[in-house]
Design a protein around this ligand. Structure first.
Ligand SMILES: N[C@@H](CCC(=O)N[C@@H](CS)C(=O)NCC(=O)O)C(=O)O
Length: 212
């Protein structure tokens, strides 16, 4: 089998999601670091791999895949044994709803290019922390309400981690970077603690993924 290659930035939430999925599946992979702070993602060679100029991208099964959730769903469909998505259609809808609430409603507005533009418009660096705390905080509040459901077990859906947990943990990591107090979101915090105790999540952590 050809080597799996992840184009990764250690602090990227979207890359972190895919690292968790690969580790959960026990797939070994090579990492190509794409340093966002050095604008490596905008270089012509990388734009050929990911025309959006975003990380992650994944080389697997003879193809190059982009968009973290589409990558995770590809892994779920091609390697169903890990149960990254539930067996029932209702369960899959629920896991997707939780995942999208994070990946589509919170993450994009806190992305590097968006926040850099906010700072330019506001004309002051302090706008960045204000923006992050506001939008990550309100996103976590919505997620906390969404998790008040009987399907919730130790994880977002039942007692094994799914794609929703792969989205939740990087978002909580980001929240802690911005000093957001997690005691306001006890369901989210308890799921993050359960996940972070697992070897696959530990191996995917930014501190481990950070290039030496
Ligand atoms: N929807 C995309 C989002 C990818 C994304 O926004 N990646 C960020 C890092 S977390 C990025 O590459 N940002 C570069 C930039 O904003 O210029 C996915 O899930 O893969």
């Amino acid at each position: 089998m050809t080597q799996i290659v992840l184009y990764d930035y250690w602090r990227s939430s979207a890359s972190y999601r895919v690292r968790i999925a690969l580790r959960t599946l026990g797939l070994s992979f090579e990492t190509v670091p794409i340093d966002l702070l050095a604008s490596r993602h905008q270089e012509p060679d990388y734009l050929k791999i990911n025309p959006q100029g975003l990380v992650p991208s994944l080389r697997i099964d003879g193809q190059t895949l982009t968009q973290s959730l589409a990558i995770i769903e590809y892994l779920a469909e091609t390697r169903p044994e890990a149960r990254i998505l539930p067996d029932t259609i209702e369960g899959r809808q629920r896991v997707r709803a939780l995942s999208y609430a994070i990946a589509m409603d919170v993450h994009p507005i806190c992305n590097l290019n968006v926040v850099s533009h906010v700072i330019r418009l506001a004309g002051q660096d302090s706008a960045k922390a204000n923006w992050m705390v506001k939008f990550i905080g309100s996103g976590l509040q919505s997620l906390e309400r969404m998790l008040d459901e009987p399907e919730r077990g130790r994880f977002c859906f039942g007692d094994t981690p799914t794609m929703a947990d792969f989205c939740l943990v990087p978002q909580v990591y980001n929240a802690s970077r911005w000093g957001i107090e997690m005691s306001a979101f006890p369901r989210v915090a308890s799921i993050a603690d359960e996940c972070n105790a697992l070897p696959a999540f530990k191996a995917a952590h930014p501190d481990v993924a950070k290039p030496a």
